[in-house]
Structures are given as structure tokens and as C-alpha cells.
Design a protein around this ligand. Structure first.
Ligand code: NAD
Length: 506
């Protein structure tokens, strides 16, 4: 969807007004906010100097973002580990930009000189000073590294997707329980204030009946040097690691560096990108599990001779570069009436990025447009009583007979709280910092409760459901069939998984 600057401003104003008018609790929290917006908002407390001693395993693209975003008043970084010398250096020196500024710039040389730099996760896990680890290694190594860490008694925050297959997810949950350590997974939207507010607007029923959500992550890699998933192996990394990668699960240095391109090491577009958005969609729908999925995936760009990135040759990647999937989710009345289905479509493509990434929730009374984790726009559907609605209509929240509704009446003043909500929204982060703060808070306060009782918002069970959605979509595309989800797959105690279920693979 494309909006003019005026339409965007209206959509943002509408959203802020809806949040401001429906969330008195949020505003109270926000007004009390000083520096620690996440703590106030999500209700956890600062650690008062008793920081958690953390090691970061994998300091590549994402690990460096997490280092940049780590909350220094909750976490004391005592060590980092990476197989690649260039990425160990990058952890300290950064990329010379604000997204990955590097530890030296963030913490200062005096602090950084005490941080150990290990050559593998194994060395780091042997360090008794490390209480907890943040893991940002390639997908195929999430489970092996996390399990090793938990068996060594370390709490784990592992990047998404939780694991390469669902049997591994179940094993991770078991090991966490057996070793009495926390297991968190980095689907950061669980800690995004923007998403939390959007979810509140949805839950309040302002959008009316929701029958369709459209999510997408579109990129255009058809221009030269735009393929962010294919990287060059540097001379330093090649020299240091030749013949030494197999013990860590990679055939060679190329597979370590370009892990996203291969089935053995990555999970394709659904694991890397789609999992985030299916996570968001399922939150909007009340954290329900989907009913069924079908889809199409192909190497429609890189797989076509002479078209992909390697001039006139076929590209050697195994993963699809275009995926289109359709999920059926249960609506709120599904138990009583099985026609109450919500459709979620997801596409991820490599040849156009007019609309980059986000989710659009289409309701019978309004549309919520979430864009690149940074903005939320709200528009009203036209109705006979309240004018045309649409993208040019400023709207207000009024209290209807059965709760708040969107209205476009010019006679109503905008919510007095809208301006405060708007100011608060400007402080939002993508959720990385809050996710690490809450992880540390739960460690220090020994909180092993489920998410609705104040525990980790994306614990193993929650994250496994995200993995099941993404990986079952892959199976639906692979076997070219509509797959019906089973409760047993979501039960960590039940050994059945989509990958082993005869109804899927038979
Ligand atoms: N939450 C998000 O929004 C988000 C965004 C991007 C990536 N990710 C996830 O983060 C993870 C890492 O992605 P990336 O883009 O940083 O990949 P990357 O290839 O840039 O970095 C991975 C790093 O892990 C290191 N590594 C691999 N095995 C190791 C081991 N055994 N011990 C120590 N270091 C090891 C590699 O040398 C490399 O430097 C992936 O699972 C990815 O899905 C999450």
C-alpha cells in the first residue's frame, strides 16, 4: 500500500488517538517514564547494579546488532565468541555506523579491555564467569549450541528461528527444564511497544470483524550487489578456518558464511523472515495456533539460468527466492461455528520492494497497517452513519454501546491523550533491548512463570509454535499440499512433529 504524506500523518494520528483513548494504563506508565521505557511499560524492574554476566555467541550481522542494543544496566558483557576472526574484531570495532557501533564505542576502552574474545562457543561455555548467553549463530547450530550451553548451566537467549526442526525445539525445552535454566527466543515483536499497542487496539475490537491479514517481506535483489544473503568469504576468515569448520557443523568456510542459502544450515525465507510476521499475525489473532497451511515456493529468480546473481550461470543456492503461503486461522467463534476462519497470506519475494515489510490487518470497521516494525497506521472503513472513512478521514474513538468504536465525526475533539500517546510512540524501539532486559530481569528474580504470569514473553513453547508455522509452511511448499496442523506438534512432551508425521511426509 502506498500513502501520501498527508494520509500517513492521518493514519498515524488515528492510531495514536486510538491508543491514547483506549489505554489509560499505558499512558499512566508512559508519563512515569524516564530513561527505562521498557521496564515501566512491561512492568519489570531495573537490577540495581546486580547485572547478569553475559556471553555473546556469534557476533555476525545480528549478533552485532544485539551487542549494540544490549542494556548495559542489566547485562555485563564478560565475553564474546565467534569462529570468524573478522566478526570477533567487528564485535569491538563495529561497522562504523549506529546500528552496529561496536563495543568499544558503546562501552569505552576501559570496560572493553575486560571482555574476553573466544574463538568458539565451546571456549566461552567453559568460562565459569558466564551466567547467561545470547546466541546468534546460523539456524542449524541454534539447538546444538543452546543445548550445550544449558547443559553447562547457562541461561539462554537464542535468536529466532528457535531451531532447524521441531524435534530440536522439543529437545531444547526439555533440556532447559531439566537444567532449571531459562530459555528465551528472540522474536523481538513480543517486546515491541508498537506491536503491543497495535495488539491492544485489535483486541479492543476497534477493527471490527477480522477475516484477512496480509503480511509480506519483499526485497529486490535483482540489482547488482543487492543480494544480502550471499556474502564474500574474506581472506582472513578463509585462512583462519580452512579445514576447521566441520567440528562446528559446517562443511566448509563458504557454508559457514553463506549458511542462509542451504537447506542443511538455513530454513529459507519462511524461517528467516516469515516467522517474524506469522508470529505477529498469531498475536493479533489472540496467540492461537493455525488450522492449516498451503503454498508455493520456488527459485524463480536465482534458479533461472542467466537471470540470477551469478552472471550467466545457475546460482547454487538451494532455498527458494519467492514464497507465497496461505494460512487458515480460527476466528474468535470458530469453536461454535467452523466457518469462522481468518485467512493470513504471506509472501516474500526477491524482485520488488515497493512495499518492503509489514502486516496489514483488514477488519470490517478499520484497517491496521504495520510497516517495517516502525510505524502503525489506522484507517476507518466507511459507514452510512459516519462518513466515508478511508485514508483521508481523521477519526476518533468513541465509547459505543459494547465498547470503543472508531468514529469520523468532525464534532468530536481528538482524544486529549492522543498527543501524549504520540510522543510516547516516538520512543519505541524494535524490542531487542527490552527483550534482553526482561531476560536479565527473569534470571535475577528467578522467574520461570509463563508469559501471562510475567515470565519470558517468548519462551520455548511460544517460540516453538512460531517455528512450527514457518517450518510446516516449508513442508507444504515442498510436498505441494495443504497441511492440517495438529495439537500434538505444539506439545513439547509429545514426540510427534510435522517432519515425522506420516500425514505430512507420507
Ligand atoms: N531477530 C531478528 O530480527 C534477526 C535478524 C537477523 C538475523 N537473526 C538471526 O540471527 C542469527 C544469526 O544471523 P546473522 O545474520 O548474524 O548471521 P551471520 O552469518 O552474520 O553471523 C553468524 C555468526 O555466528 C558465528 N558462529 C557460527 N557458529 C559458531 C560457533 N559454534 N561458535 C561461535 N560463533 C559461531 C559465525 O562465525 C558468524 O560470525 C540467525 O539465526 C538469524 O536468523 C535474527
Amino acid at each position: 500500500m502506498q500513502f501520501t504524506p498527508e494520509e500517513k500523518a492521518i493514519g498515524q494520528g488515528n492510531f495514536n488517538s486510538a491508543v491514547g483513548a483506549t489505554r489509560r494504563d499505558f499512558l499512566a506508565g508512559t508519563l512515569a517514564t524516564t530513561a527505562a521505557a521498557g521496564a515501566t511499560y512491561f512492568g519489570y524492574k531495573e537490577l540495581g547494579g546486580n547485572r547478569v554476566k553475559v556471553g555473546f555467541i556469534g557476533t555476525g550481522d545480528e549478533g552485532s546488532v544485539l551487542l549494540n542494543e544490549h542494556p548495559a544496566d542489566y547485562m555485563e558483557i564478560v565475553a564474546i565468541a565467534d569462529l570468524r576472526p573478522d566478526n570477533r574484531k567487528r564485535a569491538f570495532d563495529g561497522d562504523n555506523n549506529d546500528v552496529r557501533q561496536g563495543l568499544t564505542r558503546k562501552l569505552g576502552a576501559d570496560v572493553v579491555k575486560n571482555i574476553k574474545a573466544y574463538k568458539s562457543h565451546k571456549e566461552l561455555l567453559a568460562d565459569p564467569n558466564v551466567e547467561a548467553v545470547v546466541i546468534a549463530v546460523p539456524l542449524s547450530q541454534h539447538a546444538p549450541v543452546a543445548i550445550e550451553a544449558m547443559k553447562a548451566g547457562k541461561h539462554v537467549l537464542c535468536e529466532k528461528l528457535m531451531a532447524h526442526d521441531i524435534a530440536e525445539c522439543k529437545e531444547m525445552i526439555k533440556v532447559a527444564r531439566a537444567n532449571k535454566v531459562l530459555l528465551a527466543v528472540g522474536h523481538q515483536r513480543h517486546y515491541s511497544v508498537l506491536y503491543d499497542n497495535a495488539n491492544y487496539v485489535v483486541k479492543k475490537g476497534l477493527l471490527g470483524d477480522i477475516k484477512f491479514i496480509r503480511a509480506q517481506w519483499h526485497r529486490n535483489n535483482s540489482f547488482p550487489n543487492r543480494d544480502s544473503w550471499r556474502k564474500k568469504v574474506t581472506k582472513t576468515d578463509a585462512a583462519a578456518l580452512a579445514g576447521k569448520t566441520e567440528e562446528f557443523g559446517y562443511k566448509d568456510v563458504n557454508e559457514l558464511v553463506n549458511w542462509r542459502l542451504f537447506n542443511k544450515t538455513g530454513g529459507g525465507l519462511m524461517a528467516e523472515l516469515g516467522s517474524h510476521q506469522l508470529d505477529a499475525c498469531s498475536i493479533f489473532l489472540g496467540k492461537v495456533h493455525p488450522l492449516a497451511v498451503q503454498g508455493y515456493g520456488g527459485r524463480n529468480f536465482y534458479g533461472v539460468k542467466g537471470v540470477g546473481s551469478l552472471d550467466k550461470q545457475q546460482d547454487d543456492r538451494e532455498i527458494d527466492d519467492h514464497v507465497y503461503v496461505t494460512f487458515e486461522f480460527p476466528g474468535p467463534n470458530y469453536k461454535e461455528d467452523q466457518n469462522d476462519i481468518v485467512i493470513v497470506t504471506y509472501s516474500s519475494i526477491n524482485t520488488n520492494r515497493l512495499e518492503p515489510y509489514g502486516e496489514t490487518v483488514f477488519g470490517s470497521r478499520g484497517t491496521l497497517y504495520m510497516n517495517t516494525e516502525k510505524e502503525a497506521l489506522l484507517f476507518k472503513e466507511g459507514s452510512p452513519s459516519s462518513g466515508p472513512g478511508g485514508t483521508e478521514q481523521r477519526l476518533y474513538v468513541i465509547n459505543g454501546k459494547s465498547g470503543p468504536v472508531l468514529d469520523a465525526s468532525e464534532s468530536l475533539a481528538p482524544s486529549a491523550n492522543a498527543a501524549v500517546a504520540s510522543a510516547a510512540m516516538e520512543k519505541i524501539s524494535r524490542g531487542y533491548t527490552e527483550e534482553m532486559e526482561h531476560f536479565s530481569y527473569c534470571i535475577r528474580n528467578n522467574i520461570f512463570d509463563p508469559p501471562d504470569k510475567g515470565g519470558l514473553k517468548c519462551n520455548g513453547v511460544v517460540a516453538m509454535a512460531d517455528a512450527i508455522m514457518a517450518l510446516t509452511a516449508n513442508l507444504a511448499m515442498k510436498y505441494k499440499k495443504r497441511i492440517v496442523f495438529k495439537d500434538e506438534w505444539f506439545d513439547p512432551e509429545n514426540p510427534l512433529t510435522p517432519e515425522t508425521d506420516p500425514d505430512v511426509v507420507g
